[in-house]
Design a protein around this ligand. Sequence first.
Ligand code: ADP
Ligand code: MG
Length: 312
Amino acid sequence: MNKKKIVVALGGNALGKNPKEQLELVKNTAKPIVDLIDAGNEVIIAHGNGPQVGMINLGMETSSKSEAKTPEMPFPECGAMSQGYIGYHLQNAIREELLNRDMNIPVATVVTQVIVNKNDPAFENPTKPIGAFYTEEEAKKLEAKKGYNIKEDAGRGYRRVVPSPMPIDVAEKETVRTLVDKGHIVITVGGGGIPVVEEGNSLVGVPAVIDKDFASEKIAEILDADYLIILTAVEKVAINFGKENEEWLEKISVEEAETYIEQGHFAPGSMLPKIQAALKFANSKEGRKALITSLEKAAYGIEGRTGTLISM
Ligand code: ADP
Ligand code: MG
């Protein structure tokens, strides 16, 4: 295989739900990543943070209301904490796997801000549930007191929802590029990046969650990557997913992907953003390809032996 620049986006199953689980799981996660590096590729790593930022946000919120009275922690700060905590585990696991193979390559996490448009229509319609569940009464109080948007979440109670705007640019892109060009392994746009809006010379954090699939696509374009690899819980993408006539896809064109989206084959919030990110990347420049496969099958996928490949 000739040398490729690859952005790998890790899903929830690469990290687990709590620190103990994460510390174990990242050892497995590091293997397919180091396989790619071992094969001579330049690899950039992105990841989600749904459960982690939810956990941090809930912990800080509970603690601020308890006897301890810790300070209120704004949501963008919780996102920054999640990047640091996940990055710490990931960079150590990757470092260790590299050293086990006698490879001496520096690995680092960059606290990354992703710029969003303050006029993004997503701000008018918050959709992403985060943090604790509330009763209707608590929800009403919080809405009045803090101006949160609170919605009923699938019969399980009331939850705060935040907007999910599209990424426009990556604030630390030149730093990431320099490190990648120097041969460092970089973990970036964690959790989709800390969402910020530009106000003059300031970058101001906003309570929102950028989809990690879209943020990964953005950094892949910025770094002029050859591949965007989205590692998730399924080996391939299906049409008629979960139905009798389910069909697993191997290779699809941008046009086919668009048709399947229109036909409603992909669940919003899970597979849909992956397909949208994959087709955006494949369509952005001749030769760029996107692969969606599972963490376990990543090595086979990269050899072209499994997964769903989206290309022009
Ligand atoms: P991640 O944490 O990796 O982003 P998600 O749970 O958000 O993972 O999305 C992956 C999930 O999407 C799969 O585990 C699968 O259950 C679901 N899914 C929805 N529609 C499809 C489809 N058409 N083909 C395959 N998987 C699908
Ligand atoms: Mg997801």
